[in-house]
Design a protein around this ligand. Structure first.
Ligand code: GTP
Ligand code: MG
Length: 250
């Protein structure tokens, strides 16, 4: 004969008691976390802003300075020794470049326009048409030909745009990227020397005119070497600062 063993069902009260405890623990955790979350709001807002692909950037600068190299760099490509020159301009599409260090951070652009250095006369059309939020002025520190004339040209373009009826200039920042820094060497003294020279150059004075002309435009500059991986952390620091500058409100 089989005996049927009955397991008494657990009292209903104990399951509802554990549910109550879970609720209490949840509420206490929320109460503790709320003030912390509250103080994190500016960081959360900054992180959300950083996620938005809103900026349109134009790369400008003398021939062979490294504009197309910068686009390759932002796509995690190795910069080759020989690159075909860019004729006219190339729409390079969106950029999402991971700059995560201590915190998550991306260099993002909804569109990057790579403007060849050979025909500076075509810049005006590109700037008028795309009305960039930021310009990266790439300079070849080993060959300083043309840069002053080109900075002057940029000033004149914006001067004309200011006079143009119903043209709303979006430009918020100009990054002067002093590229090919590897040719100078890698130590901080060399870098200071290069930066000092540019600080006092007439070229910077021209760029500064753009800044004065359009209120709220920030100009920053930094050394870079897009071709050698050893310079990655320096390059990325410059890009991070520029992305922050573009994200800040005017
Ligand atoms: N040594 C050195 N060479 C570099 C660096 N960045 C780019 N180059 C080289 O510079 C040359 C020109 O680079 P590009 O990116 O084509 O220059 P660009 O500004 O797009 O030139 P255009 O399209 O003609 O206006 C290439 O041979 C690159 O390999 C760098 O940081 N250091
Ligand atoms: Mg190019």
């Amino acid at each position: 004969m089989h005996q049927i063993a009955y397991m008494p069902a657990p009292p209903a009260a104990s399951s509802s008691a554990s549910l109550d405890w879970a609720l209490i623990v949840g509420i206490v955790a929320l109460v503790i976390a709320l003030p912390t979350l509250f103080f994190q709001i500016p960081q959360i807002v900054a992180a959300i802003r950083n996620l938005r692909l809103r900026h349109r950037l134009v790369l400008i600068g003398p021939q062979k300075a490294g504009k197309t190299s910068l686009w390759l760099y932002l796509n995690n490509k190795v910069v080759p020794d020989r690159i075909t020159g860019t004729y006219g301009f190339q729409k390079r599409g969106r950029i999402v470049y991971d700059l995560t260090g201590e915190k998550t951070f991306y260099f993002r652009a909804r569109e990057l326009i790579d403007q060849g250095g050979e025909f500076p006369k075509s810049w005006e059309g590109v700037i008028r048409r795309y009305n960039p939020d930021g310009i990266i002025f790439v300079v070849d520190t080993s060959n300083r030909a043309n840069e002053r004339e080109q900075a002057k040209l940029l000033f004149e373009i914006y001067e004309r745009l200011i006079g143009a009826v119903r043209y709303r200039i979006k430009l918020k920042g100009i990054l002067i990227l002093l590229n090919k820094f590897d040719i100078w060497g890698a130590n901080p003294t060399d870098r200071d020397k290069v930066l000092k020279e540019y600080e006092t150059s007439e070229f910077l004075a021209e760029i500064d005119k753009v800044k004065r002309l359009i209120g709220g435009v920030d100009v920053m500059y930094g050394c870079a070497s897009l071709k050698f991986a050893a310079f990655r952390s320096e390059n990325d620091q410059v890009l991070r600062e520029f992305a922050e500058l573009l994200s800040s409100s005017r």
